[in-house]
Design a protein around this ligand. Structure first.
Ligand code: TYM
Length: 329
């Protein structure tokens, strides 16, 4: 690899939503040409919540097909499943021994997820950020493009990398997060104080990329706004601000341009226009996804090729780590 390295990933569950696209994958595609990139479907992380085996296998494949449909060319980027490269789990074990329980206890995602899943607070949920650190550090990654909700996990990754390097020398690159200036935190449509999330019980909160066009328009029409009639980007107008952000992202406009465009528009028309702009931006990607998901042989080839390339890059780092800590090689 010649250029600086990007690593990022997405869980293998469920369906891509607008937040995943605008906060993450859209930037992956944009940054691709200046970096050597690995984009992983993090299927091991997904096991922290009980999954239906058949559905998980299918949704992991869907995520990979969406990666390609959203503009990640598998000949220029390494696209693969985390579980196909055993070095992730091996490095995670070693890093577990260099991460403190106190640090993991502070992770807000752990607190949120364990509050939601009281009957299954498993050890994997607790050590989830260590596996994430292993994903990143294994490839001597420079930049990690993610949404705002991953900020804390990235900080932990940096801390663990620095701790390890202090003990053993320059083994890991200490990575930087890339959090986009716009779209890093897309909010729930019915509750704009909360982020859009695929595990939301209320489906109206979340726009899935594979929702039917009429469903997407309906979700935007029903989006919560507020009681006055001004279209402004402001913390006291979270619903309107979220819609302005979504519109700016999908039309590649600045926030100022978007605000000027809708200055004299009523809320009803505004919401329909946002929905239509989202549909328009998504259309080519949706068509591409439909085509790809049927092309079994092609996807199988991409998956096998990605695993081979990722494995070849991961092993030398793992060997260095093993040497450093004193494990037999
Ligand atoms: P995951 O699968 O929850 O989300 C994938 C990406 O989408 C971003 N995202 C959002 N961005 C804007 N607004 C939202 N409402 C929104 N919801 C999600 C996330 O920030 C993320 O970038 N732990 C990670 C997966 C992971 C990973 C990694 C990421 C595992 N190992 C190594 C980077 C590097 C996660 O659960 O993402």
């Amino acid at each position: 690899m010649q250029k600086p390295i990007i690593f990022s990933g997405m869980q293998a569950t469920g369906i891509f939503h607008l937040g995943n696209w605008l906060g993450a994958t859209r930037n992956w595609a944009r940054l691709s040409s200046d970096y050597d990139c690995l984009y992983c479907v993090v299927d091991l992380h997904t096991l922290t919540v009980r999954q239906d085996p058949k559905a998980l296998r299918q949704s992991a494949r869907n995520v990979l097909a969406w990666y390609i449909a959203l503009g990640l060319d598998p000949t220029a980027n390494i696209l693969y499943y985390q579980s196909h490269v055993p070095a992730h789990a091996e490095l995670a074990w070693i890093l577990n021994c260099y991460t403190y329980v106190g640090e993991l206890n502070r992770m807000t995602q752990f607190k949120e997820k364990s509050a939601k899943n009281e009957e299954n607070i498993n050890a994997g949920l607790f050590t989830y950020p260590v596996l994430q650190a292993a994903d990143i550090l294994l490839y001597r990654t420079h930049l990690v493009p993610v949404g705002d909700d991953q900020r804390q996990h990235l900080e932990l990754t940096r801390d663990v990398a620095q701790r390890f390097n202090q003990a053993y020398g320059d083994i890991f690159v200490v990575p930087e997060a890339y959090i986009p200036p716009m779209g890093a935190r897309i909010m729930a449509l019915q509750n704009p104080e909360r982020k859009m999330s695929k595990s939301d019980d209320n489906q109206a909160n979340c726009v899935f990329l594979s929702d039917e066009p009429d469903v997407i328009i309906k979700k935007f029409k029903r989006a919560v706004t507020d009681s006055d009639n001004q279209i402004r980007n402001s913390p006291d107008k979270p619903g309107i601000s979220n819609l302005l952000t979504i519109y700016s992202c999908v039309t590649n406009r600045t926030m100022e341009e978007t605000c000027a465009e809708f200055k004299h528009t009523g809320y009803g028309d505004f919401k329909v226009k946002v929905g239509e702009a989202v549909l328009e931006a998504l259309r080519p990607h949706r068509n591409e996804f439909e085509r790809l998901i049927k092309d079994t042989a092609y996807l199988d080839g991409v998956i096998a090729d990605g695993a081979r390339k990722a494995q070849a890059l991961a092993v030398p780092t793992l060997i260095k780590v093993k040497e450093a800590v004193g494990l037999p090689i």
